[in-house]
Every structure is written in structure tokens, then in C-alpha cells.
Design a protein around this ligand. Structure first.
Ligand code: NAP
Ligand code: ZN
Length: 338
């Protein structure tokens, strides 16, 4: 089978299409003919050599978490899926025995990890992590959901939002950002989204953003957000200076949910302001398989249409990562196998 492998951790130029043996599914596993796999900033961190998640000496590495396709073979003991089933993968890998696996939520698993290997013609995965797709949900759409929409949905749940609340999303045009804006709209939550690009914001307005602000300077953004109102919650996937910005603008008792650090791995927090404002800062990673089931249902019912910037063939995976690096995307990039 062909795979778009990371052969050097030097950014998008380190992606090469290589031939690899097709894996045999072991007990509890299923082999999926991959139709589509979306890419995430998570993969780009790995490709840039900036992720602790993989061993940098163990190359080539096939990344790709968000797999959708058709089951071609199942291993011993698999009962939930069979060859011919159309499926999407929940990329959570959990131990099944720790207290969080027993009592939930599973994404707090003490041995939590993620599946990698979807940027290939076939993917060997844990069968119990596959969700069935109805005919209403095509593979490209399904592949857009697992990491970005799952993370955003779980963050909105953690933010305890109610209809009519106001959500602030700094950097609202990438995978997690667009997902947060679209899902807020589904939940009846109003949103403010920002971007460096005016043209991206025009499109974001059509995807459910109630207010858009162009800019990256925290002081300018602070004034513009305050002119709209004090958000009840912030989805923060940027970190860096945007953590302080979010805390400054949130209303008393507001919740900031943090999942990323694209703009910087550390943030300064004014402690006195934090406790006087009764703010909550909440870390969050991915979501639960039940969250992903809910998202697949929302797509099947027509209530959610994930924003796909473009699809690219496997051979152009490196170019797709360059587009993400250059911030030249709005929504998800999906690699499809022709
Ligand atoms: N913990 C988890 O479970 C989890 C899950 C998913 C993602 N994440 C993390 O969340 C972050 C977002 O992931 P993603 O896949 O959505 O990424 P993405 O698609 O690359 O995000 C692009 C967005 O980030 C903005 N942006 C990029 N670099 C920026 C910078 N230096 N300063 C300000 N804004 C910047 C872009 O703004 P413009 O519109 O101005 O271009 C755009 O709105 C990543 O750090 C990722 O690792 C974590
Ligand atoms: Zn566990």
C-alpha cells in the first residue's frame, strides 16, 4: 500500500509517498480501506519535530488520525464491524482499566494516546473505535470530524454554555476554530471569531459567526471584543498572548477552555484578576467516543456541515501541510485516496 510518510521532521518537505506492506489485522483489529483522512495542526507539530508524541529516531512515521473508509478485513474476535461497513475512526487510544476508563470520561485515561497511520491507503485500527456511517455521510465529511470537531465539541461541553451565551474564539478559521463557531451556532450560542484575514472572516460569517474581528494584536482585539460584549466563555487553542486577552475580556464567572498552544507554549495570568473575576481556566484534550457519535448524528441529520477547505490526493499531502503552515486555509484539509 502507499502511504504519505514523514521521512524527515523538517516540515512539509519531509513528506514522501512510500510503499509499505499492508498490515494484517490482529485480534480485535480491523483493516480499513481509507477513503479520506483529514490533517490537523497536531500532525504538523510532529512534522516540524515539535511534538513529544513520537520517537524522532523512528522514521518513516505515518501520521493521520482522522480516518474514514470501508472495512476490508477483521481480526479474531471482532463482532462490531464486518467487511463492507463504511466507518469513521475515533482516534482515542485508552487502556480500558484505569479509573477514568472505568468511570469516564475516557479522554482522561491515565495512559491516553492517539491513533496515527491514516495517511495511507489502508489503516489497521482497533475495531471497537469504529463508528458506522449511514449513506447520508460521505467519507470526506466524516474524516473532517474526529480531531477538530470532537475537540471543539468537548470544549463547548466543558464551557457549560447555554443558548444565547456569547463565545469568543481567537483564531476562528482553522480546524478547531471553525468547528467551535459552527457548533456554537448549532447550540444557539452566539460567537465572536477573529482572524488575520478579512476574506476568511467574510466566509466565517456565512458559517455561523455572529461577530468577526480582523486582527492579531491583543490590545486591538480586546477593545473590539469589549465593544461587542463580555463573552461567557473562550475557546483557546492559541495559548501565548491570547490567554491573557481571553481572560481580560471574559465576564465575571466566565470559563476559558484551553486545548492548544499555536501562538506560544506559555501564557502570563494575572492571578488577582483571575480570582476576583471568579474565572475558570479548563484544560481539555480531544473528546469521548460518544461525543463523536453525536457529531456523526448531527451531520447525518443535516444540522452540521463541516467546513472543508479542500481535498488533496495522497501525493500532495506535503503541499497540504505547507498550506496549513502558511495559514492559507479556512476549515479542514482532507487527503483522499483516489
Ligand atoms: N488538545 C487537543 O486535544 C487538541 C486537539 C486539536 C487541536 N489542538 C491544538 O489546537 C491548535 C489548533 O489546531 P488546528 O488543527 O485547528 O490548527 P489550524 O487549523 O492550523 O489553526 C489555524 C488557526 O489558528 C490561527 N493561527 C495560526 N497561527 C497563529 C499565530 N501564530 N497567531 C495567531 N493565530 C494563529 C489561524 O489564524 P488566521 O486566520 O489569522 O490564519 C487560524 O485561525 C493547535 O495548536 C493544535 O495542536 C489540540
Ligand atoms: Zn485508561
Amino acid at each position: 500500500m502507499r502511504a504519505a510518510a514523514f521521512t524527515e521532521l523538517i516540515g512539509p518537505d519531509g513528506v514522501d509517498v512510500v510503499e509499505q506492506p499492508t498490515p494484517d489485522p490482529g485480534p480485535g483489529e480491523a483493516l480499513v480501506d481509507v477513503d479520506a483522512c483529514s490533517i490537523n495542526h497536531h500532525d504538523l507539530w510532529i512534522l516540524n519535530g515539535a511534538s513529544a508524541m513520537i520517537d524522532p529516531t523512528d522514521l518513516p512515521f505515518v501520521s493521520g488520525l482522522d480516518v474514514a473508509g470501508t472495512v476490508s478485513e477483521v481480526g479474531e474476535g471482532v463482532t462490531g464491524v464486518e467487511p463492507g461497513d463504511r466507518v469513521v475512526l475515533c482516534p482515542n487510544e485508552t487502556c480500558g482499566t484505569c479509573r477514568f476508563c472505568r468511570e469516564g470520561p475516557e479522554n482522561l485515561c491515565e495512559n491516553y494516546s492517539l491513533y496515527h497511520g491514516g495517511l495511507a491507503e489502508a489503516a489497521c485500527v482497533e475495531a471497537s473505535r469504529l463508528l458506522p456511517l449511514s449513506d447520508d455521510v460521505d467519507a470526506t465529511t466524516a474524516a473532517a470530524l474526529p480531531t477538530a470537531y470532537l475537540t471543539a465539541y468537548h470544549m463547548l461541553r466543558r464551557a457549560d454554555l447555554e443558548p444565547g451565551d456569547l463565545l469568543f474564539v481567537p483564531g476562528a478559521t482553522g480546524g478547531v476554530g471553525v468547528a467551535a463557531v459552527q457548533l456554537a451556532d448549532v447550540l444557539g450560542v452566539r460567537s465572536i471569531g477573529t482572524s488575520s484575514s478579512a476574506s476568511k472572516l467574510e466566509t466565517l460569517s456565512t458559517l455561523g459567526a455572529d461577530h468577526t474581528i480582523q486582527g492579531t494584536d491583543p490590545d486591538e482585539l480586546r477593545a473590539a471584543v469589549e465593544a461587542v460584549g463580555r463573552p461567557d466563555a473562550v475557546v483557546n487553542h492559541l495559548g501565548g498572548v491570547y490567554t491573557g486577552l481571553g481572560l481580560d475580556v471574559m465576564r465575571r464567572g466566565g470559563r476559558m477552555v484551553v486545548c492548544g498552544r499555536t501562538a506560544g507554549p506559555t501564557s502570563e495570568i494575572d492571578i488577582a484578576s483571575l480570582f476576583r473575576s471568579h474565572h475558570r481556566v479548563i484544560g481539555s484534550t480531544m473528546g469521548t467516543q460518544a461525543d463523536l457519535e453525536r457529531l456523526v448524528d448531527l451531520v447525518a441529520s443535516g444540522d452540521l456541515s463541516p467546513r472543508i477547505d479542500r481535498t488533496v490526493p495522497l501525493d500532495e499531502t506535503g503541499d497540504a501541510f505547507a498550506t496549513m503552515r502558511d495559514r492559507d486555509t479556512l476549515g479542514k484539509l482532507v487527503v483522499t485516496m483516489e
